[in-house]
Design a protein around this ligand. Structure first.
Ligand SMILES: NC(=O)c1ccc[n+]([C@@H]2O[C@H](COP(=O)([O-])OP(=O)(O)OC[C@H]3O[C@@H](n4cnc5c(N)ncnc54)[C@H](OP(=O)(O)O)[C@@H]3O)[C@@H](O)[C@H]2O)c1
Length: 632
């Protein structure tokens, strides 16, 4: 098996300093026999799911059978116990055979032959502290108490001044939007880096937008009321630089003013290298934490607390067990990608800053974030769940274009057959949470000192299964995607699909499907972790009724189909225009039907929408004159 990045891990920072990015700073390899740490170094790839499966045809077959058994019986825990029993029994037989002839080598060879997975080590996270639980609690209580006192001193109108990283991202834009009407917030200072704009075809640099220019464009697209616009200030910076790369004179200004730091910037890419993910997610978080600590320790500083945005997928692959909010254990079934792994490392850094250095910090952990709960609006985001949805929609559009010749039609049919299988187990549950709920949680935390020292999942309690997602895709996008068993897909279907599509002259589609399958397949296999929720309501005081995931996912599909044209509309100004109109139309439909727009039946929604909207130009149709009364 190819081992990506299989060398000692040293990430190169933007300053070209060599940074120690070794996983051993956070994770220990421990012998299962002696319980002692094995000091033989850890390579990042060893911590991913891919490194530990599909190594043997017997194991591949067992995984496939397990998935079938779970579908038949619905009893995942039982099937998992069965798998462990068979694995253990086969290991014992191999050991006995080895003992009979007095050869460990034979026992090992026998195990390899029958596909026994037999590791003599496990990984665990290093303790963040050696202090007793009682001492950690005493310190956390003190930090909460200090934050509460600082907030109280600001009076009933706290006039908060918040430094925000990641303002140009999906969550960041929603934060800017919601802050406009949040009377507690007096100023928001967003740290932005310049943006290099390239020609989409030639990839040549067209222009470089300064942070100030980017900020002005953001405000223009969010269409915020004039009065609110003076709340926003944009400063140049880069989270990968010490001090967030903010100029010294600006830092001096901020030191006397800031009450909060909200660190939201990250690399949210499921296929990025370990080094890149480490730099953005771990080093970036460390820089933000250190920046906040400097503010907190400055004399006369009004600083209240730091808010770290993480992800509930720091719990990795847990196979249908509950991922509790407070605890973080190395996942028994490893991590899906370096994004999850490095976000978990960042969370450990956050714990260390709090416990060892006394930073007042809360950790908020969204699950998979999708567009607005009512309208599906996502301000042009095309990543995470949007990527497969847009790919299905585009593949369907390409396939439904009438072929000129009989040969083209046959080819179209063949492409459709291979392109519309997606790896996933029908029973796999995904935890999707709309962006408006997540940002409500982030803003609530600004004035909740009790959030300090806690991990809070911003997730849902009404998860959605893969089979329901595909049903909604069929209803909303007219796409006939089939779920195929993930193990079979990885090992058999994908190589075949790739070869077939290349033969049919579709190398781009072959690449896209391979990428989607390998990146997202992991999230729709059987045995997904269940992220516990409760702290969002108990601590942050959010509404007990969490958004309806099925409606939100339906609106994501509708939004991506009509507003984004499955990701083909890339111009940010055009997206902003369309989303404003979409919002108005959703409100009108709700008033006319008396139902939440996500609850309107697909056929009725389409008919009502087409009455009001030219879906190609995305402009309103002229209102029909009221029907004339017939003379009797
Ligand atoms: N989206 C999800 O489904 C999801 C789920 C759970 C948790 N989260 C967490 O939520 C946070 C925001 O995610 P998102 O979806 O909004 O991400 P996003 O859309 O990819 O935005 C990432 C943001 O980080 C900024 N950034 C990255 N590297 C930077 C650097 N070196 N210096 C300055 N800014 C930098 C980007 O700025 P540029 O515009 O300059 O690139 C952008 O504003 C992340 O911490 C993520 O882990 C997201």
């Amino acid at each position: 098996m190819a081992r990506p990045g299989g060398r000692r891990s040293r990430a190169r920072g933007a300053t070209e300093d060599v940074i120690d990015s070794s996983p051993s700073r956070y994770i220990a390899r421990v012998s299962t026999e002696t319980g002692r740490e094995l000091h033989d170094g850890i390579e990042p790839w060893e911590l991913l799911v891919h490194a530990h499966r599909d190594n043997h045809p017997v194991e591949v077959a067992a995984q496939f059978l397990a998935s079938r058994m779970i579908q038949l019986t619905g009893r995942e825990a039982l099937v998992r116990r069965g798998l462990r029993f068979v694995n253990g029994a086969a290991a014992q037989v191999a050991d006995l055979a080895g003992a009979a002839v007095g050869s460990d080598a034979l026992a090992r060879a026998a195990k390899r032959l029958v596909g026994v997975t037999d590791r003599d080590y496990r990984f665990h996270f290093r303790e963040t502290t050696h202090l007793s639980e009682a001492e950690v609690k005493r310190r956390t209580d003190q930090l909460q108490h200090d934050a509460a006192a600082r907030l109280k001193a600001r009076g009933p109108q706290p006039r908060l001044r918040v430094l925000l990283t990641g303002a140009t991202g999906f969550l960041g834009k929603e934060i800017l939007f919601q802050v406009a009407t949040d009377r507690r917030v007096e100023e928001i200072v967003a740290v932005l880096r310049p943006e290099t704009v390239r020609d989409p075809k030639t990839k040549e640099v067209v222009r470089v937008l300064s942070p100030a220019e980017r900020g002005a464009l953001l405000l223009q697209r969010l269409k915020l009321p004039k009065a609110a616009q003076k709340k926003y200030r944009f400063v140049a910076g880069d989270i990968e630089q010490p001090g967030l790369g903010i100029a010294a004179e600006e830092v001096a200004r901020l030191r006397d003013a800031l009450t909060h730091v909200v660190h939201c910037a990250a690399s949210v890419s499921f296929d990025d290298t370990y080094e890149n993910s480490f730099r953005a997610n771990v080093l970036g978080s460390r820089n933000a934490l250190a920046f906040a600590l400097e503010l907190q320790e400055a004399e006369g500083s009004p600083f209240v607390q730091h808010i770290a945005i993480e992800t509930s997928y720091i719990h990795g692959r847990q196979k249908a067990s509950f991922a509790a909010e407070e605890s973080l254990a190395f996942p028994r079934h490893f991590y899906n990608n370096y994004y999850e792994l490095t976000k978990a490392m960042a969370s450990i850094e956050t714990d260390r800053f709090m416990i060892e250095r006394g930073l007042r910090v809360a950790q908020l952990l969204p699950s998979i974030v999708i567009g607005d709960s009512r309208t599906g609006n996502n301000r042009g985001d095309t990543k995470v769940v949007n990527a497969p949805i847009n790919a299905f929609g585009r593949a369907q559009e390409a396939l439904s274009r009438p072929g000129q010749t009989a040969g083209e039609r046959v080819r179209g049919w063949a492409v459709a057959q291979v392109a519309q299988g997606f790896p996933g187990d029908p029973s796999a549950e995904l935890n999707l949470v709309p962006v408006d709920r997540v940002v409500e949680g982030i803003l609530a935390a600004l004035t909740v000192p009790e959030a300090i020292g806690n991990r809070i999942h911003l997730a849902t309690d009404n998860r959605i299964r893969s089979q329901d997602m595909l049903r909604i895709c069929r209803e909303e996008l007219d796409v006939a995607v089939r779920l195929t068993d993930p193990t079979i897909y990885r090992n058999l279907t994908l190589p075949l699909v790739r070869a077939t599509l290349e033969k049919l002259g579709e190398p781009k589609l072959a690449n896209a499907l391979e990428k989607l399958g390998t990146i997202f397949g992991g999230y729709s296999e059987w045995g997904q972790p269940i992220h516990k929720v409760g702290n969002d309501v108990r601590i942050l005081g959010l509404a007990l009724r969490r958004p309806n995931t099925e409606h939100a996912f339906r609106m994501l599909c509708r939004h991506n189909r009509y507003v984004q044209d499955f990701g083909k509309v890339r111009d940010a100004d055009e997206i902003a225009r369309r989303e404003r109109l979409w919002d108005e139309l959703c409100t009108e439909l709700e008033l006319e039907t008396g139902h939440e727009v996500g609850a309107i039946e697909p056929a009725e929604f389409r008919a009502l929408l087409r009455e009001k909207l030219d879906v190609v130009e995305f402009v309103r149709r002229p209102a029909r004159p009221p029907a004339r009364r017939r003379k009797s």
